[in-house]
Design a binder for this molecule. Sequence first.
Ligand code: SF4
Length: 185
Amino acid sequence: MALTWRVHATLARSAANGPGTRFVVWAQGCTLGCAGCFNPETHGAGGDVRTVGEVAGEVLAASGIDGVTVSGGEPLEQPGALREFCGLVRPSGLGIVVLTGFARREIEADPELAAAVELADMVIAGRYNERLRLGAGLRGSSNKEYWAITDRYGPDDFAALPDAEVVISADGTIAVTGMHAWGER
Ligand code: SF4
């Protein structure tokens, strides 16, 4: 049976969620409860229930992208889906960035979490701390760690990203993204 994934939203092209132009997937659901979280609407258990293969197929069909970023919500609260997604995307050569509230030590201590990110290139890891908020880059707060799984990306690749990006869809929907943020107007 096809593995399903609760997804908050996707965006086919973004310049504010990692190096270059990227497809972005925001997973739905997070129980970590960081004070001051940018994305409270992603915390609930709802979202669109999609198959991992369907989401990966959209990524692989997208033109002109350099990679994919998986954010949330908390991607590692659906570790099986994240692992399968990375496995489907990886052979294409697209770079994979994962933003998570789990710290590196927590991920490394849990085989299921570790397996979920082993095919990523960069994991940005750790709880958001609003007292250590950053105005640039993708970490959100300075305690979060750039954990390079491969040598494809380094911290400098994330330093000059725009703070926010406004995307206007063909149906008139306006999305504001960047810095772990997602909103629709
Ligand atoms: S900042 Fe990320 S990990 Fe923390 S509560 Fe918000 S979605 Fe969850």
